[in-house]
Design a protein around this ligand. Structure first.
Ligand code: PDD
Length: 278
């Protein structure tokens, strides 16, 4: 792969970052993941806007203008002849002597790489995913897309050891989100229920698009937190993310959701998303 590091295009083995980089020492870094289908960026504007918000929250200056960022995204796709998969972007505060106080003069480290992956043709569309409910033990600023991903990683391993595909995290009796995706249900009245935006969850770009699509398609929705019991009792459940788009969840803690098969509204939302965005 050809990767991007602070203005340079390099073979991946040649891209080196300092061991003093604060992304490495403090997880003092944010990231974005943008899907690519047919060599085109999916929902790019949303990801670009969230990237600016994340770095603003941490007081990191963006090394490139909005136009340059878009150019770099397009160039990494063409340099790697990427047809389908994702672009990962990370901005850390940069390298500095190890100190809990932010350095004044560090130069942010901007990296991008691509990962080929089939996004449209996902076997989970047909089977659905199984999720396990686990406590949400992440920090409380989940609206900032930082690289502090150890707990989500541990929760995913725990869920997999229980035979599930992923975890849905629970805090104060309500589902927050999946380890790396937004959690949604469709209740027995056919209403889409998804948690409202706050510092408790990442403000999903795919989530925002799905709500616009639901609105346009006349699918009623409500933005509020839901409980694990409500999820288990729902007609349908699904996740959204940049790398999965919309995927059905057909089991929660070993209990089937609805009839245990991918739900019709879920599959319709996936189709509409693909139709609108690709
Ligand atoms: N994850 N919630 C969390 C905790 C996430 O990490 C993600 C995305 C989402 C969905 O957001 P979006 O629709 O903007 O992708 C929700 C990415 C894909 C990742 O970490 O790889």
């Amino acid at each position: 792969r050809i990767v991007y590091l602070n203005g340079e295009w390099l073979a991946e083995a040649g891209a080196k970052v300092s061991i003093f980089d604060r992304g490495f020492l403090f997880a003092d870094a944010i990231y974005e993941v943008t899907g690519v289908v047919d060599g085109k960026l999916v929902d790019y504007a949303g990801h670009a806007a969230r990237l600016q918000r994340s770095i603003a929250e941490l007081g990191i200056a963006c090394p490139l203008t909005a136009e340059q960022l878009l150019d770099v995204h397009r160039e990494i796709v063409s340099r790697n002849a990427l047809m389908e998969g994702l672009i990962y972007l990370q901005i850390s505060r940069g390298a500095a002597d190890r100190d809990f106080a932010f350095p004044k003069d560090a130069i942010p480290t901007l990296t991008l790489f691509t990962q080929a992956k089939s996004v449209l043709d996902n076997p989970k569309v047909a089977t659905g995913m199984a999720v396990a409910l686990l406590p949400d033990q992440r920090w409380k600023r989940r609206d900032i897309k930082t690289v502090q991903l150890l707990y989500p990683s541990m929760a995913k391993m725990q869920a997999m050891s229980q035979g599930a595909d992923d975890a849905w995290l629970v805090e104060d009796g309500f589902v927050t989100e999946a380890t790396s995706a937004t959690a949604h249900i469709i209740n027995r009245d056919g209403k889409l229920v998804t948690r409202g935006l706050s510092t408790a969850i990442l403000h999903g770009i795919t989530r925002a698009s799905i709500l616009e699509i639901a609105e346009a398609a006349g699918i009623p929705f409500e933005e509020r937190a839901f409980t694990p019991d409500e999820a288990k009792d729902a007609a349908e459940a699904f996740i959204t993310s940049a790398t999965s788009f919309v995927l059905p969840v057909t089991a929660i803690d070993g209990q089937p959701v609805g009839d245990g098969r991918p739900g019709p509204l879920t599959l319709r939302l996936r189709e509409l998303y693909i139709r609108d965005k690709m």
